[in-house]
Design a protein around this ligand. Structure first.
Ligand SMILES: Cc1cc2nc3c(=O)[nH]c(=O)nc-3n(C[C@H](O)[C@H](O)[C@H](O)COP(=O)(O)O)c2cc1C
Length: 502
């Protein structure tokens, strides 16, 4: 059977003739019936002129040249395509990076609404998904030991830092995020009792105002702690590390969404304040170097870690996306040779998020979290140094089940970035790099930021953390783990045809 289709070429011809004819008709009606018809005359004359311009004068777009104003509809529909798909077309499990089902779990947790479901799971059960094994004799929640983790205890640091919740806010710079989002997250972090990573945004002025515990990140451009030549300025680092709120330092080597490439802040997002905090001009994109100038091989990298530890006197971790486990093994061997270990290693999966990155990097680079994490944990164990540092995992760990899976594969604590963005109202509009975030989170546009009320949104962070924590203990009890440290890979059901090795 022939498909019922609109013949666009014929329709375009009808429009081409119809517009001037209608203009003339309304002109006549305006003269002889009522002058109010001239409003329509003006509109149709305007459309006729525009149509002629598209058909005869502009040369850029073939569609407009062939179909005139009708072709314009295509561009309009294309521009609202993501919204149409998100709200009208896509089902609850289709969208990426987070489908509606996943997002609404976070919204409900953040709004403190019961996230229990009825009747049964809507997930496809005939899958190769990893599941968590429950115990034949589960525990009661109150039998599970409270979570506690101390960074820097391995080096017996006087400034060791203890967290009491398994989750921390992962690096997102002031720059990638707007001021109000930073304030809402920082206020929420303080009241929820979790630390917040500054990302590579330079001096953490906004975070300091809210009083939360801070993990100060040193990106490859060293914003906030740089000399003019891009190397580390020890005095600036010392000054930042001396602030009581700053509890740990993180050296960023790479990020899951763009490993092998430095950070990117488009110029549209560089406000005067951000330029000042980072010490950069406003008239061009900020592209950070691909690596720290001081670190060109394993020897110099480990020396640099030791230097930051010495200067800051704080627990100091590194953040990286794994490219190859062989490379990682060699790095650990160098740590053993120098007897220098970071206080933690944050493993960022290739599925991680970003404010802005080229598509090829987002889609194609780096190892996904689970194999990356499993391999690093195993290598550290094989080399007998697992006890020298902590492992932190990041990469779509937005709910307690995924967090438990990461912990069973070796993570001691969890970083989440986008989970927290969703908690303060992110609708996954995918506009982070354009300064046009419709909910005011990743924009510096004041009008758009108007929608984000800090005094309301910070509460969502608290609820999200509280609900994550509550379910975390609930799951541990069902697994039969008295202590989170007892979790291991045996608590996971990994289908035979699912591999999580690199
Ligand atoms: C808007 C945005 C900005 C980010 N900025 C940074 C950054 O400055 N430094 C960094 O190491 N990672 C940055 N990340 C990556 C996150 O810290 C995190 O590692 C990654 O998104 C994985 O966590 P998630 O899946 O919970 O989002 C950013 C992510 C997002 C979404």
């Amino acid at each position: 059977m022939n498909r019922l289709a609109v013949n666009l070429a014929k329709l375009a011809v009808a429009v081409n003739y119809g517009l001037p004819v209608l203009s003339l008709c309304f002109l006549g009606l305006g003269i002889w019936v009522s002058r109010y018809f001239h409003v329509l005359t003006l509109i149709f004359v305007y459309l006729t002129v525009l149509n002629i311009y598209y058909l005869k004068f502009q040369k850029e777009h073939a569609i407009l040249r062939n179909f005139g104003i009708l072709g314009r509809l295509r561009y309009m529909l294309e521009s609202i395509g993501p919204e149409l798909r998100q709200y009208v077309v896509a089902n609850d499990y289709e969208e990426r990076p987070f489908n509606r089902e996943e997002r609404s779990e976070i919204y409900r947790k953040a709004k403190n609404i019961n996230s229990a479901e009825s009747f049964g799971s809507r997930k496809e059960f005939n899958t190769e998904e990893i599941k968590i094994r429950h115990a034949l004799y589960p525990l009661n929640q109150n039998e599970v030991e409270r979570f506690q983790l101390t960074f820097g205890e391995e080096r017996q640091l006087t400034n060791a830092y203890t967290i009491h919740k398994h989750i921390m806010i992962s690096a997102m710079s002031y720059g990638a995020l707007g001021k109000k989002a930073i304030r809402a997250l920082a206020r929420g972090a303080r009241q929820a009792g979790i630390p917040m990573n500054t990302g590579e945004g330079g001096y953490p002025e906004q975070h300091l105002k809210e009083g939360c515990d801070i993990i100060f990140q040193i990106g490859t451009a060293k914003f906030g702690v740089r000399n003019d030549d891009g190397t580390l300025n020890e005095q600036k680092l010392q000054d930042i590390a001396a602030k009581t709120q700053v509890r740990m330092i993180e050296i960023k080597l790479s990020q899951g969404a763009k490993p092998g490439k430095g950070g990117l802040l488009p110029k549209e997002k560089i406000s005067a304040e951000i330029a000042q905090l980072r010490g950069v001009p406003r008239d061009r994109d900020i592209i950070s170097p691909t690596h720290h100038l001081e670190c060109t091989d394993n020897t110099s990298l480990v020396e640099f870690i030791a230097r930051v530890q010495r200067v800051s006197e704080l627990p100091t971790g590194i953040k990286m996306c794994i490219g190859s486990h062989d490379e990682f093994r060699q790095l650990v061997e160098e740590m053993i040779r120098q007897d220098t270990f970071p206080d933690y290693i944050a493993i960022d999966g290739a599925e991680g998020g970003t404010g802005a990155a080229p598509k090829a990097y987002i889609d194609t680079f780096g190892m996904p979290l689970l194999p990356a994490l499993k391999g690093t944990h195993e290598i550290l164990n094989e080399l007998n140094v697992r006890g020298r540092l902590k492992l932190v995992a990041a990469g779509k760990l937005i709910n307690p089940a995924r967090q438990i899976i990461a912990m069973a594969l070796g993570a001691d604590a969890i970083y989440s970035a986008r989970g927290f963005l969703l908690s303060i109202g992110c609708i996954q509009a995918m506009q982070c790099g354009n300064n046009t975030c419709p909910v005011g989170i990743t924009t510096h546009n004041r009008r758009l930021q108007n929608g984000l009320i800090v005094s309301d949104k910070f509460k969502r962070v608290i609820h999200y953390v509280d609900n994550l924590e509550h379910e975390f203990y609930e799951l541990l009890a069902s697994i039969g783990c008295r202590r989170v440290q007892d979790l291991d890979i045996r608590h996971l059901y990994i289908p035979a045809n699912t591999t999580i090795s690199s």
